[in-house]
Design a protein around this ligand. Sequence first.
Ligand code: SF4
Length: 336
Amino acid sequence: MSNTNNVREDRGTVPLSTSDNYKEFYSASCLLCPQHCKLRPGQSGRCHARVNREGKVVSSTYGEVAAWNVDPIEKKPLYHFYPGSSIFSVGGFGCNLSCSFCQNHEISQKHQVGRKVTPAQLAEQAQNSLGVCFTYSEPSMWFEMIRDTAPLVRAQGGKVVLVSNGTISPHFIEELIPWLDAINIDIKAFSEEFYQTYCGGKLAWVLDNVERLAGRVHLEITTLVIQGANDDSKEIGELAQWLHGLNVPLAWHLSAYHPAYRLAVPPTDRETLERLWNIAKEYLPYVYLGNVRGGDTTFCPQCGEAVIRREPVLVNRLEQGCCPKCRTAIFGVGML
Ligand code: SF4
């Protein structure tokens, strides 16, 4: 990134002209995510959430809310983190990926003017629920808002949760980790080609962050299954093995795609999800189906007892976090 201080010292007053030299002098690389956009003055990054202002890349969405709601924690989805609770959920604009199937493209793929809030106001909104969940668009694009809000929520006893695409530079995710209680990360496919073709990102960036978070923050993974694109049995089996190889407890949500944004593929059928569920279950004890009815029950990995049912209403049968039948401890936080 350009050193603005040096520029000011060398040139005296900051010029307001936009000569080529000026443009070159003040171009700056954004380091927040591994896309590393190189921005000319006034130019926004591919996320629509960062802009070069006088040689310095800053947030252009700080304090601007695109959407907020109080949601069941299961909707994130997080099935092993305070089941049955509600959490204040909020998101800004922008995303550093451009998935052609984005289910939230109205707020992720552009920047509109949103409702203005402060971190203190977000913390206040979070008071009557489990805490705050940064979600809907890519939360790391709202890095400064998370950094400024999380300590306030923690100070009032709340939890801090992210739902992320996992594409953030190591330095910045490390800065957030001490403030995070749980995270759901999308692994959109186990294929670099998929990430390149459909998302404009890299699988390696995401896997690197999943490894970084594993065992340090409560972790659940989501894969939106698109028929013919990322539903290959071998590929899902390899991803299941990779997740198993992390050697940490986690839950994996295989969710059904519904047509959205630019992709016109038929909705994923139940048969496909169940085929992949059967493969995943060979390696992982907690695998769920999403965006379809059924497939959301937690079974004891030891005796097979249904310990948490979620339809039509949540029924938690755990006793002190354990299966009521065989006493096996069920992975999670706040599971009582
Ligand atoms: S955060 Fe935005 S501007 Fe910065 S590198 Fe990523 S996509 Fe580019």
